[in-house]
Design a protein around this ligand. Structure first.
Ligand code: GSH
Length: 320
């Protein structure tokens, strides 16, 4: 589907505006419905489709939780090309990058086409991840923190007992998880973007200091521990991990977060990150460094005009 409306200021990241002081502000997500029993979006096998990029940390949250919960047969998934250009995220039909897939529902060229199919007047960014409802042909939700909460509980009735019992947001640890999420998002998850997308020196320096302040906190919390909260794997681990796994390969260089590396300066975070990567397949299987590195270094020409993708670090993740 094509549109005559000019939406390039939403799809083309080089046209994204920063604020007067040069700082980057992320727009809120637009589709915020929930899949829940008895609701408009009832849990049903085969009804929902997840669109992701392996490059995107927010999308990777949803891929990890989909696998941890064993939802592969219930929720289908499509992976876009990591080369996000003037039209936003392309499907394989527009950019046959290795591992990119065609849109199975409409044969769309770009993610943008699906957002505009739902609402031709849509005024937001064309982001991944998002969940598509095949019954109503609409987007249910494009906010990863909410998608992972739905995956955590909404389909439990259809799952084998062990998968249904896996709770990444257990009631008894919610306060602790919420308290961690509250600083991990601004200081680390979004913090690296605020450092990388700053357009003035002061805005960058303020942002990068916040990132390393956040990492110092995480390092302390993880000392001698396998998980961030409640002594067990929770969504707090998933949410921090997707940024940490990209840190040395991308954020140190591309986003100028280079006071230190994870492997060189944060032994506790590195141990925790490696354990999840090497011991729990949902983490490793949701991570594609070729997509990750290509996306960032290719898709932000205002930061990296040559689009050259650095060779290192080698290895992407150290062995256990
Ligand atoms: N709040 C959203 C953020 C999603 C997001 O910003 N995704 C990025 C990729 S990492 C994107 O699709 N950006 C495209 C754009 O802004 O044009 C979430 O957590 O789901």
């Amino acid at each position: 589907m094509t549109t005559t409306r000019d939406t390039s200021h939403f799809s083309d990241i080089t046209k994204m505006k920063s604020s007067a002081d040069g700082s980057f502000n992320r727009a809120p997500s637009s589709f915020r419905n929930f899949i829940e029993p008895g609701g408009k979006f009832a849990p049903e096998k085969g009804r929902y489709h997840l669109y992701v990029s392996y490059a995107c940390p927010w999308a990777t949250r949803t891929l990890i939780v989909r696998k941890l919960k064993g939802l592969e047969d219930i929720i289908s998934v499509t992976v876009v090309s990591p080369r996000m250009g003037a039209n936003g995220w392309p499907f394989a039909a527009a950019d046959a990058f290795p591992g990119a897939e065609a849109d199975p529902l409409f044969g769309a060229q770009h993610v943008r086409d699906l957002y505009l199919r739902v609402n031709p007047e849509y005024e937001g960014r064309f982001t991944v991840p998002f969940i598509w409802d095949k019954a109503n042909n609409t987007i249910v939700n494009n906010e990863s923190s909410e998608i992972i909460r739905m995956f955590n509980t909404a389909f439990n009735d259809m799952l084998p007992a062990d998968k249904a019992a896996l709770d990444l947001y257990p009631t008894e640890h919610r306060a602790e998880i919420d308290a961690i999420n509250e600083w991990v998002y601004p200081e680390i998850n979004n913090g690296v973007y605020r450092a990388g997308f700053a357009t003035q020196q002061e805005a960058y320096e303020a942002a990068v200091k916040i990132v390393f302040g956040g990492l110092d906190k995480a390092e302390k919390i993880l000392k001698g521990k396998d998980y961030l909260a409640g002594g067990r794997l929770t969504e707090a681990d998933v949410r921090l991990w997707v940024t940490i796994i990209r840190f040395d390969p991308v954020y140190v260089g591309h986003f100028k977060c280079n006071f230190n590396t994870i492997r060189g300066g944060y032994p506790e975070i590195n141990r925790w990150m490696k354990a999840l990567y090497w011991k729990i397949p949902a983490f490793k299987d949701s991570t594609d460094f070729h997509h990750i590195k290509t996306h960032y270094y290719w898709s932000h020409p205002t930061i990296n005009a040559t689009r050259i993708v650095p060779v290192g670090p080698v290895p992407d993740v150290e062995p256990l």
